[in-house]
Write a protein that binds this ligand. Structure first.
Ligand SMILES: [Zn+2]
Length: 413
């Protein structure tokens, strides 16, 4: 049953957090800044009021813990990140922490005791805005922190180690952030969808099946520059025309295998003059799918397509892979648990893949992960227009609460 007061309180808390920013004109809260300190302290005060034991690890992740009745039953993790992008919305990150907090408060009022401990994690960095390294908070918990990250600097030349010391953390003790896999029962993150699927389906929440793998590549097409007035059309090797044909092929390919998304987001034309035939074009490619095999096949097809177009047009193509990350499947048992909770709440089930990365990615190397998406207005995110309704927030609390009770039933048999 949706608790309207809990939902309203969640939105009020999201408003209060959104008022804590490094910039008075827009919301930006980078890791290890004074604004993050204030946001974390506010969150910590809510954690304490809810009866959680609060601590901060060496890297500045905030952790609130509710002990269970069986010390041998381990801990279930909930949470999300407290940092933001520049000119952010209110819910990307905080929603997952605040939903978990609402669940703890509901457990308290209902008098339910869980066998396992429950922890709410508020990660210090997911967006990677300050040091250009995403997920460093959750990576440390998963034991995947790279010590060289401490030397990375922000735009003012301050290293992560220096920022961490000023924040009250301890760069020499980052290894202590790592959690022991055998104690952890799983991780579930509530997050706004950041896309339009749930809105199109008319549903408040959906279960994430997995987080898409991603390929990034730089594609350079080299033709022959020439005078825009003297070279006849039939004798041209226009790199931009070849690029245009290939970009449309990317769009076509992306629709072909179900669920593939592909984007050319950058294009650089040289020499870039209105009266010169383009001699060289550099394009970016971003390709994602939750099945690594389908993604690899799509990348291969696009590379072949580029070669075919280039050859036909007398243009040379260079394909440079930039990054490749494997898909992260969500745990089938946890997916079933969320589906069960959604059914108990009376909503139809929608399963969807996440095209964006989340803290669940690094945590998947520590434990089983699951995610619940919440409908966001217009699918808009990473933007101040990011918006959810109180009733959808209430639905998310209700589903996560029932999911946690379901996990407890599994322990009790
Ligand atoms: Zn996020």
């Amino acid at each position: 049953m949706i608790d309207n007061n809990a939902a309203k309180l969640l939105l009020q808390r999201a408003d209060a957090l959104a008022a804590i920013s490094e910039d008075p004109d827009l919301l930006v809260r980078r890791s290890l800044t004074p604004a993050m300190r204030r946001a974390q302290d506010l969150m910590a005060s809510w954690f304490r009021e809810a009866g959680l034991a609060v601590r901060e690890d060496a890297l500045g992740n905030l952790i609130g813990r509710l002990e269970g009745t069986d010390p041998g039953a381990g801990v279930f993790l909930l949470g999300s990140h407290l940092d933001t992008v520049r000119d952010a919305g209110k819910y990307d990150g905080p929603l997952g922490i605040l939903t978990a907090l609402a669940v703890v408060e509901r457990l308290r009022t209902s008098g339910h005791r869980l066998p396992f401990a429950l922890e709410i994690l508020a990660f210090t960095d997911e967006e990677g805005l300050r040091f250009h390294t995403s997920y460093f908070g959750s990576s440390a918990m998963a034991g995947e922190f790279h010590p060289e990250w401490l030397t990375m600097t922000d735009s003012e030349g301050i290293s992560m180690a220096e920022a961490l010391r000023a924040y009250g953390g301890d760069p020499d003790a980052v290894a202590s952030c790592a959690r022991m896999a055998r104690e952890v029962r799983g991780y579930c993150e509530v997050h706004i969808e950041q896309g339009p699927v749930l809105e199109a389906c008319g549903l408040p929440v959906g279960v994430v099946t997995g987080i898409a793998g991603q390929d990034r590549a730089t594609v350079t097409l080299v033709g022959t520059p020439g005078h825009a007035g003297t070279v006849p059309m039939a004798l041209r090797h226009d790199a931009l025309c070849a690029a245009a044909e290939w970009i449309l092929a990317v769009e076509g390919q992306a629709w072909a295998p179900e669920g593939v998304v592909a984007t050319v987001g950058q294009a650089e034309v040289r020499p870039g003059a209105s009266n010169v035939i383009p001699g060289e074009v550099t394009l970016s490619l971003d390709l994602r799918h939750q099945d690594d095999g389908i993604r690899r096949q799509a990348a291969e097809d696009l590379q072949l397509e580029a070669t075919e177009i280039a050859t036909r047009r007398g243009v040379v193509v260079h394909w440079q892979p930039i990054q490749s990350s494997a898909a992260v499947p969500c745990d089938p048992d946890l997916i079933d648990g969320l589906a069960q909770a959604i059914a108990e709440c009376g909503y139809p089930l929608c399963k969807l893949a996440s095209g964006a990365g989340h803290d669940a990615v690094p945590l998947s190397s520590l434990t089983w992960v699951a995610m619940l998406f919440v409908r966001c207005a217009g699918g808009i995110s990473h933007n101040p227009a990011e918006s959810i309704t109180a009733s959808d927030a209430g639905a998310a609390i209700d589903v996560l609460y029932r999911f946690i009770l379901g996990q407890a039933m599994d322990v009790n048999g």
